[in-house]
Design a binder for this molecule. Structure first.
Ligand SMILES: [Zn+2]
Length: 305
Protein backbone atom coordinates (compact mmCIF):
# COMPACT_ATOMS: atom_id res chain seq x y z
CA UNK A 1 0.00 0.00 0.00
CA UNK A 2 1.40 3.41 -0.88
CA UNK A 3 1.10 6.53 1.24
CA UNK A 4 -1.93 7.84 -0.62
CA UNK A 5 -3.94 4.67 -0.10
CA UNK A 6 -2.80 4.44 3.49
CA UNK A 7 -3.90 7.99 4.22
CA UNK A 8 -7.11 7.33 2.35
CA UNK A 9 -7.77 4.22 4.42
CA UNK A 10 -7.13 6.29 7.51
CA UNK A 11 -9.53 9.04 6.39
CA UNK A 12 -12.25 6.46 5.71
CA UNK A 13 -12.18 5.02 9.20
CA UNK A 14 -15.56 5.62 10.81
CA UNK A 15 -13.95 5.95 14.21
CA UNK A 16 -11.76 8.91 13.27
CA UNK A 17 -11.88 11.39 16.11
CA UNK A 18 -12.63 15.06 15.74
CA UNK A 19 -10.51 17.35 17.92
CA UNK A 20 -13.54 18.57 19.88
CA UNK A 21 -14.50 15.12 21.19
CA UNK A 22 -13.48 14.35 24.75
CA UNK A 23 -11.46 11.11 24.94
CA UNK A 24 -13.47 8.12 26.14
CA UNK A 25 -11.59 5.79 28.47
CA UNK A 26 -11.88 2.02 28.24
CA UNK A 27 -12.23 0.11 31.53
CA UNK A 28 -8.81 -0.75 32.98
CA UNK A 29 -7.62 -4.35 32.87
CA UNK A 30 -7.04 -5.98 36.23
CA UNK A 31 -4.25 -8.57 36.44
CA UNK A 32 -1.44 -9.59 38.81
CA UNK A 33 1.24 -7.62 36.95
CA UNK A 34 -0.90 -4.87 35.41
CA UNK A 35 -0.09 -2.16 37.98
CA UNK A 36 3.61 -2.94 37.83
CA UNK A 37 3.65 -2.97 34.01
CA UNK A 38 1.77 0.32 33.84
CA UNK A 39 4.15 2.35 36.02
CA UNK A 40 4.76 5.71 34.32
CA UNK A 41 7.93 6.11 32.29
CA UNK A 42 9.31 9.33 30.82
CA UNK A 43 9.64 8.94 27.05
CA UNK A 44 13.11 8.93 25.50
CA UNK A 45 14.83 8.66 22.17
CA UNK A 46 15.80 5.16 21.06
CA UNK A 47 17.56 6.30 17.90
CA UNK A 48 17.03 9.00 15.27
CA UNK A 49 13.30 9.70 15.09
CA UNK A 50 12.26 6.59 17.05
CA UNK A 51 11.14 7.03 20.66
CA UNK A 52 10.09 4.85 23.58
CA UNK A 53 6.66 6.09 24.68
CA UNK A 54 5.30 3.12 26.67
CA UNK A 55 4.81 2.77 30.41
CA UNK A 56 7.75 1.25 32.30
CA UNK A 57 6.85 -2.41 31.78
CA UNK A 58 5.19 -2.46 28.34
CA UNK A 59 6.90 -1.21 25.21
CA UNK A 60 5.32 1.27 22.83
CA UNK A 61 7.43 2.87 20.11
CA UNK A 62 6.77 6.09 18.24
CA UNK A 63 8.37 6.81 14.86
CA UNK A 64 8.24 10.31 13.43
CA UNK A 65 7.97 10.47 9.64
CA UNK A 66 7.62 13.43 7.29
CA UNK A 67 3.89 12.65 6.96
CA UNK A 68 2.74 11.81 10.47
CA UNK A 69 3.54 9.34 13.22
CA UNK A 70 3.72 5.54 13.46
CA UNK A 71 2.97 3.85 16.78
CA UNK A 72 3.91 0.28 17.61
CA UNK A 73 1.71 -1.26 20.33
CA UNK A 74 -0.67 0.29 22.83
CA UNK A 75 -0.05 -1.49 26.15
CA UNK A 76 -2.99 -2.10 28.49
CA UNK A 77 -6.29 -0.22 28.14
CA UNK A 78 -5.11 1.99 31.02
CA UNK A 79 -1.75 2.58 29.27
CA UNK A 80 -3.36 4.59 26.45
CA UNK A 81 -3.55 7.91 28.40
CA UNK A 82 0.07 7.44 29.56
CA UNK A 83 1.22 6.78 25.99
CA UNK A 84 -0.73 9.81 24.73
CA UNK A 85 0.82 11.96 27.47
CA UNK A 86 4.29 10.74 26.52
CA UNK A 87 3.66 11.51 22.85
CA UNK A 88 2.55 15.05 23.75
CA UNK A 89 5.46 15.63 26.10
CA UNK A 90 7.82 14.89 23.19
CA UNK A 91 6.08 17.70 21.32
CA UNK A 92 4.01 15.53 18.97
CA UNK A 93 0.25 15.40 18.47
CA UNK A 94 -1.78 12.23 19.08
CA UNK A 95 -3.96 13.31 16.14
CA UNK A 96 -0.91 12.97 13.89
CA UNK A 97 -0.64 9.19 14.41
CA UNK A 98 -1.36 7.73 10.95
CA UNK A 99 -0.57 4.09 11.59
CA UNK A 100 -0.73 1.81 14.63
CA UNK A 101 0.68 -1.72 14.43
CA UNK A 102 0.61 -4.54 16.93
CA UNK A 103 3.14 -7.17 18.01
CA UNK A 104 0.57 -9.64 19.34
CA UNK A 105 -3.07 -9.39 20.31
CA UNK A 106 -2.91 -9.95 24.06
CA UNK A 107 -4.47 -7.40 26.41
CA UNK A 108 -1.09 -6.15 27.64
CA UNK A 109 0.09 -5.03 24.18
CA UNK A 110 -3.18 -4.49 22.33
CA UNK A 111 -5.44 -3.25 25.15
CA UNK A 112 -4.74 0.43 24.54
CA UNK A 113 -5.03 0.31 20.74
CA UNK A 114 -8.81 0.84 20.55
CA UNK A 115 -8.58 4.15 22.38
CA UNK A 116 -5.44 5.25 20.56
CA UNK A 117 -7.25 4.53 17.30
CA UNK A 118 -10.32 6.50 18.42
CA UNK A 119 -8.24 9.46 19.58
CA UNK A 120 -6.05 9.61 16.47
CA UNK A 121 -8.12 8.20 13.61
CA UNK A 122 -5.06 6.11 12.66
CA UNK A 123 -5.11 3.01 10.48
CA UNK A 124 -4.42 -0.12 12.53
CA UNK A 125 -2.48 -2.92 10.83
CA UNK A 126 -1.70 -6.47 11.97
CA UNK A 127 -1.20 -10.02 10.68
CA UNK A 128 -4.33 -11.90 9.56
CA UNK A 129 -4.63 -13.81 12.83
CA UNK A 130 -3.70 -10.70 14.80
CA UNK A 131 -6.36 -8.68 12.99
CA UNK A 132 -9.01 -11.32 13.79
CA UNK A 133 -8.06 -11.19 17.47
CA UNK A 134 -7.95 -7.37 17.57
CA UNK A 135 -11.37 -7.10 15.96
CA UNK A 136 -12.95 -9.63 18.31
CA UNK A 137 -11.20 -8.20 21.39
CA UNK A 138 -10.07 -11.69 22.33
CA UNK A 139 -7.16 -14.06 21.58
CA UNK A 140 -8.04 -16.50 18.79
CA UNK A 141 -9.11 -20.02 19.94
CA UNK A 142 -5.80 -21.50 18.67
CA UNK A 143 -3.84 -19.12 20.96
CA UNK A 144 -1.79 -20.97 23.62
CA UNK A 145 -3.24 -18.58 26.19
CA UNK A 146 -6.86 -18.70 24.99
CA UNK A 147 -8.86 -18.96 28.20
CA UNK A 148 -11.18 -21.88 28.71
CA UNK A 149 -14.05 -19.55 29.54
CA UNK A 150 -12.90 -17.25 26.75
CA UNK A 151 -13.07 -14.22 28.99
CA UNK A 152 -9.78 -13.74 30.81
CA UNK A 153 -7.90 -12.45 27.81
CA UNK A 154 -10.44 -9.93 26.56
CA UNK A 155 -9.54 -6.35 25.62
CA UNK A 156 -11.30 -3.43 23.88
CA UNK A 157 -12.19 -4.34 20.30
CA UNK A 158 -10.37 -2.56 17.48
CA UNK A 159 -12.29 -1.71 14.32
CA UNK A 160 -11.24 -1.94 10.67
CA UNK A 161 -7.84 -3.63 11.03
CA UNK A 162 -5.76 -3.81 7.87
CA UNK A 163 -4.13 -7.19 7.29
CA UNK A 164 -0.41 -7.33 6.46
CA UNK A 165 1.45 -10.30 5.02
CA UNK A 166 4.86 -11.68 5.88
CA UNK A 167 7.67 -9.30 4.77
CA UNK A 168 5.12 -6.65 3.77
CA UNK A 169 6.24 -3.05 4.06
CA UNK A 170 3.82 -0.50 5.43
CA UNK A 171 4.77 3.05 4.61
CA UNK A 172 3.96 6.44 6.10
CA UNK A 173 5.71 9.26 4.22
CA UNK A 174 9.46 8.65 4.11
CA UNK A 175 9.40 5.70 6.53
CA UNK A 176 8.60 2.05 5.85
CA UNK A 177 8.26 -0.58 8.52
CA UNK A 178 8.35 -4.28 7.63
CA UNK A 179 6.21 -7.03 9.15
CA UNK A 180 7.91 -10.37 9.88
CA UNK A 181 5.38 -12.98 10.92
CA UNK A 182 6.81 -14.81 13.93
CA UNK A 183 3.99 -17.09 15.16
CA UNK A 184 4.53 -19.04 18.36
CA UNK A 185 3.73 -16.96 21.42
CA UNK A 186 0.48 -16.25 19.57
CA UNK A 187 -0.58 -17.45 16.10
CA UNK A 188 -0.56 -13.81 14.89
CA UNK A 189 2.75 -12.72 16.45
CA UNK A 190 4.61 -10.15 14.35
CA UNK A 191 8.10 -8.66 14.63
CA UNK A 192 8.56 -5.23 13.05
CA UNK A 193 11.74 -3.78 11.57
CA UNK A 194 12.78 -0.45 10.11
CA UNK A 195 15.86 1.59 9.30
CA UNK A 196 16.71 4.57 11.46
CA UNK A 197 19.19 7.14 10.23
CA UNK A 198 20.90 9.86 12.20
CA UNK A 199 24.02 11.90 11.60
CA UNK A 200 24.75 10.13 8.33
CA UNK A 201 24.64 6.60 9.71
CA UNK A 202 21.74 4.16 9.53
CA UNK A 203 20.93 1.31 11.89
CA UNK A 204 18.46 -1.58 11.79
CA UNK A 205 15.81 -1.36 14.49
CA UNK A 206 13.91 -4.49 15.52
CA UNK A 207 10.75 -4.50 17.58
CA UNK A 208 10.85 -8.20 18.42
CA UNK A 209 7.64 -9.87 19.46
CA UNK A 210 7.48 -12.20 22.45
CA UNK A 211 8.97 -15.62 21.70
CA UNK A 212 8.10 -17.24 25.01
CA UNK A 213 6.32 -20.59 24.97
CA UNK A 214 3.69 -19.77 27.56
CA UNK A 215 0.40 -21.66 27.56
CA UNK A 216 -2.59 -22.23 29.72
CA UNK A 217 -3.15 -25.74 31.09
CA UNK A 218 -4.08 -28.21 28.43
CA UNK A 219 -2.37 -26.56 25.46
CA UNK A 220 0.43 -28.51 23.83
CA UNK A 221 2.81 -26.87 21.34
CA UNK A 222 3.39 -30.42 20.08
CA UNK A 223 -0.29 -30.64 19.15
CA UNK A 224 -3.40 -32.38 20.41
CA UNK A 225 -6.90 -33.23 19.23
CA UNK A 226 -7.93 -29.59 18.77
CA UNK A 227 -4.88 -28.23 16.93
CA UNK A 228 -1.81 -29.32 15.00
CA UNK A 229 1.81 -29.37 16.13
CA UNK A 230 3.08 -25.78 16.09
CA UNK A 231 6.55 -26.47 17.48
CA UNK A 232 8.31 -26.39 14.08
CA UNK A 233 6.57 -23.12 13.18
CA UNK A 234 7.67 -21.69 16.51
CA UNK A 235 11.28 -22.79 15.88
CA UNK A 236 11.22 -21.11 12.47
CA UNK A 237 10.01 -17.86 14.07
CA UNK A 238 12.90 -17.95 16.52
CA UNK A 239 15.30 -18.51 13.59
CA UNK A 240 13.69 -15.58 11.75
CA UNK A 241 14.39 -13.18 14.62
CA UNK A 242 17.89 -14.60 15.01
CA UNK A 243 18.69 -13.89 11.34
CA UNK A 244 17.37 -10.31 11.19
CA UNK A 245 19.75 -7.42 10.56
CA UNK A 246 19.75 -6.15 14.12
CA UNK A 247 21.50 -3.13 15.61
CA UNK A 248 18.98 -2.04 18.21
CA UNK A 249 16.42 -4.54 19.47
CA UNK A 250 13.51 -3.82 21.71
CA UNK A 251 11.22 -6.50 23.12
CA UNK A 252 7.51 -6.09 23.91
CA UNK A 253 8.31 -6.22 27.62
CA UNK A 254 11.38 -3.96 27.79
CA UNK A 255 12.92 -5.99 30.62
CA UNK A 256 13.33 -8.98 28.26
CA UNK A 257 16.01 -7.07 26.33
CA UNK A 258 17.54 -5.19 29.27
CA UNK A 259 16.34 -1.80 28.03
CA UNK A 260 16.52 0.09 31.29
CA UNK A 261 19.92 -1.31 32.27
CA UNK A 262 21.17 -0.14 28.89
CA UNK A 263 19.49 3.25 29.37
CA UNK A 264 21.20 3.66 32.73
CA UNK A 265 24.58 2.91 31.14
CA UNK A 266 23.78 5.52 28.50
CA UNK A 267 23.63 8.22 31.23
CA UNK A 268 27.23 7.66 32.26
CA UNK A 269 28.74 6.26 29.06
CA UNK A 270 26.73 7.44 26.04
CA UNK A 271 29.26 6.42 23.39
CA UNK A 272 29.21 3.87 21.94
CA UNK A 273 25.45 3.82 22.55
CA UNK A 274 24.68 0.95 24.97
CA UNK A 275 21.31 0.49 23.23
CA UNK A 276 23.13 -0.56 20.07
CA UNK A 277 23.92 -4.26 20.32
CA UNK A 278 24.33 -6.38 17.19
CA UNK A 279 24.08 -9.55 19.27
CA UNK A 280 20.74 -8.64 20.89
CA UNK A 281 18.49 -10.53 18.44
CA UNK A 282 20.70 -13.63 18.54
CA UNK A 283 20.76 -13.59 22.34
CA UNK A 284 16.99 -13.10 22.50
CA UNK A 285 16.49 -15.99 20.07
CA UNK A 286 18.88 -18.28 21.97
CA UNK A 287 16.98 -17.67 25.17
CA UNK A 288 13.66 -18.34 23.42
CA UNK A 289 14.99 -21.58 21.91
CA UNK A 290 16.07 -22.81 25.35
CA UNK A 291 12.68 -21.91 26.79
CA UNK A 292 10.81 -23.68 23.96
CA UNK A 293 13.00 -26.80 24.15
CA UNK A 294 12.32 -27.16 27.85
CA UNK A 295 8.59 -26.69 27.25
CA UNK A 296 8.61 -29.34 24.49
CA UNK A 297 10.52 -31.72 26.74
CA UNK A 298 7.89 -31.27 29.45
CA UNK A 299 5.16 -31.99 26.90
CA UNK A 300 6.94 -35.12 25.61
CA UNK A 301 7.37 -36.37 29.15
CA UNK A 302 3.60 -36.16 29.49
CA UNK A 303 3.70 -33.58 32.28
CA UNK A 304 1.13 -31.43 30.45
CA UNK A 305 -2.26 -32.80 29.57
ZN1 LIG B 1 1.49 -12.15 25.25
Amino acid sequence: MNLQSLLLASALLPSAATPTQAPVADPPKVCDSCDEWNQPQAPFKLHGRSYYVGPHGLSAVLIQTNAGLILLDGGLPQSAPLIEGNIRSLGFKVEDIRLIVNSHAHYDHAGGIARLQRDSGATVAASASGAAALQSGMPTPDDPQFGKDGKDGSFPKVSAVRVVKDKEEVRVGDTAITAHLTPGHTPGSTTWTWKSCEGGSCVDLVYADSLTAVALDGFRFTGDKSHKDVSETFKRSIATVEALPCDLMLSTHPSASGLFERLKRRETAPAPDPLIDKQACAAYAANARKNLESRLQTERSGATK
